[in-house]
Design a binder for this molecule. Structure first.
Ligand code: SF4
Length: 515
């Protein structure tokens, strides 16, 4: 991460058209080791063994990473997996021997990969591109060129034949047992397989390598942190025992890895990318790609709100703030749906909620300065880490409750702290944010992250604000704990039929007429 940066000044939040570069970087994720593994026998996966039981310290920079749309699990994850496979070949001295490389995508990836951009993502990853830096303007052209010429530059340098029809296979009805987002990559020397790797994209851009155990997990980060936690109860206890806010607990843990100035600068940089995404979304009219002909609405809504200064200042319509929140969420998710530069937060499908609620705080909550922005992101990161460690943030695994529900919960807790909430009220807000998303299915129409995803972020953002305010009207005591609601979310996801988990075989995906 580069040196300290200022966050976007409030004056820039009037959403004049502005484009930013595509070169921002964040820290890399803590990821598991690897093993060569042949494709396992397809089977229904059992979610309950997905829960991480060992203490793992997920960094706030793992939860918020800069990537591309439209999907963290179906675009960013496969791209990282393909890139990792190419790197493995290079590191193992196998690159020059490789005459053919083949990628197979299973389960939800196979079912909705086309609409979610998995196809191009695998090509980019095999060519050594990274989600944080891939050029979102020229990337699609390069993928089209690979398809046309049937030539691929493996790891960016080793050119070989690549027939997308045979070498990039979407298995629509086959799954791997551990997780619905499985991928297997094979490299050949002639007809001889010389390397086989299986990876799982478990949501939020996190990728696990199959370690042969049947239950690959995130590797513990060996860095000792002063306030380790895995659950909501443990996080709350650390805050109470040490008389700290939730953000202070998380900041101290982050500072075990890098200086505080770098942590703050990195988070403000994340905020800048979020703000730039909103600006871009507010400046871009037109129709989203993918064939559904979904009209982008943020630009029109932004223009309407700017024309009416009373509404802008919330003076005539007391609920005008809700229109702005809706705008900010729409803007981010329209950028995501068009393959733009996105902060995964904690997934791409749900990437609009945290920026929208943070914009709300900056615009409507007095005193929301850079320090408050940092605290907001730290709290959101702490809460997201709990979901990542003890449950799932993958729509393919637990439905939309794990994506939009988790983002709402993170944003609710974060807002609660910066509007004056105690750690108990933060935990309460986060619990409310998830409780009212329980059972929410994932049924993207046409396999695209557009309907219901875009509006769902707007509604989820408003819910997060309601949850935070509701928690602040209490004293932190409540009946259902955050851990209990997370456990319920995970179990509900396990009971949910596969057709409601990012396969586009149920719900809205089959009940609207495509035209
Ligand atoms: S419905 Fe929810 S979980 Fe499914 S793709 Fe859309 S945002 Fe993601």
């Amino acid at each position: 991460m580069s040196g300290p940066r200022r966050s976007t000044p409030l004056s820039q939040l009037a959403f004049e058209p502005r484009r930013t570069g595509d070169t921002r970087r964040c820290q890399r994720k803590v990821l598991a080791g690897h093993v060569s593994a042949a494709p396992p026998v397809p089977a229904e996966c059992d979610l309950r063994h997905r829960v991480q039981t060992d203490p793992v310290t997920v960094s706030v920079f793992d939860l918020f990473s800069v990537g591309i749309g439209p999907s963290s699990s179906h675009t960013v994850g496969p791209m990282r997996a393909a890139g990792r496979f190419a790197t493995t070949l290079a590191d193992g001295g196998l690159l020059r021997r490789t005459t053919r490389v083949r990628a197979e995508l299973f389960g939800s990836l196979g079912a909705t990969g086309h609409g979610h951009g998995s196809y191009n993502a695998v090509i980019w990853g095999l060519e050594g591109e990274d989600p944080e830096t891939v050029d979102t303007a020229t990337g699609p052209e390069r993928a089209a060129e690979v398809r046309l010429t049937r030539r691929l530059r493996l790891n960016g340098s080793h050119e070989l034949d690549f027939d997308p029809d045979d070498d990039l296979v979407m298995h629509r009805r086959r799954s791997l047992p551990f997780h619905p987002n499985g991928m297997t990559f094979t490299a050949y020397a002639g007809t001889e397989p010389i390397a086989v790797r299986t990876y799982y994209s478990i949501g939020g851009g996190f990728v696990l390598d199959d370690d042969g155990s049947g239950t690959p997990t995130l590797l513990p980060d060996p860095t000792p942190v002063p306030y380790p936690f895995r659950t909501g109860k443990e996080l709350l206890q650390q805050a109470i025992d040490h008389d700290l806010s939730i953000s202070s607990v998380m900041l101290a843990n982050e500072c075990a890895r890098q200086p505080e100035t770098d942590v703050r600068a990195g988070l403000l940089e994340i905020w800048e990318v979020m703000a730039a995404c909103v600006v871009n979304g507010c400046a871009t009219p037109g129709v989203l790609p993918g064939g559904l002909k979904v009209r982008r609405r943020a630009a029109d809504l932004n223009a309407r709100l700017l024309v009416d200064p009373g509404r802008f200042r919330n003076e005539i319509d007391p609920l005008a703030a809700m229109d702005w929140v809706t705008l900010w969420a729409l803007a981010v998710n329209e950028e995501n749906a068009s393959g733009g530069r996105i902060v995964t937060a904690p997934t791409n499908g749900a990437a609009g909620i945290i920026p929208a609620v943070l914009h709300y705080a900056v615009r409507f909550v007095p005193g929301t300065d850079d320090d408050a922005i940092v605290r907001f992101l730290l709290v959101a990161g702490a809460l997201g880490a709990i979901y990542q460690q003890t449950a799932s943030i993958s729509g393919a695994e637990v439905g939309c409750q794990g994506e939009v529900g988790t983002a709402c919960s993170m944003a609710a807790g974060a807002l609660a702290e910066i509007i004056g909430g105690t750690p108990q009220q933060v935990e309460n807000a986060a619990e409310i944010g998830m409780e009212h998303h329980l059972g929410l299915t994932c049924d993207p129409v046409g396999g695209l992250v557009q309907i219901p995803c875009i509006e769902r972020n707007a509604v989820g953002s408003v819910k997060a604000i309601t949850a935070a305010r509701l928690a602040l009207h209490g004293d932190g005591r409540h009946t259902v704990s955050l851990d209990q609601v997370i456990k319920t979310m995970m179990e509900t996801g396990a009971d949910m039929k596969v057709k409601y988990k990012e396969t586009s075989r149920g719900g809205l995906a089959v009940n609207i007429v495509e035209c």
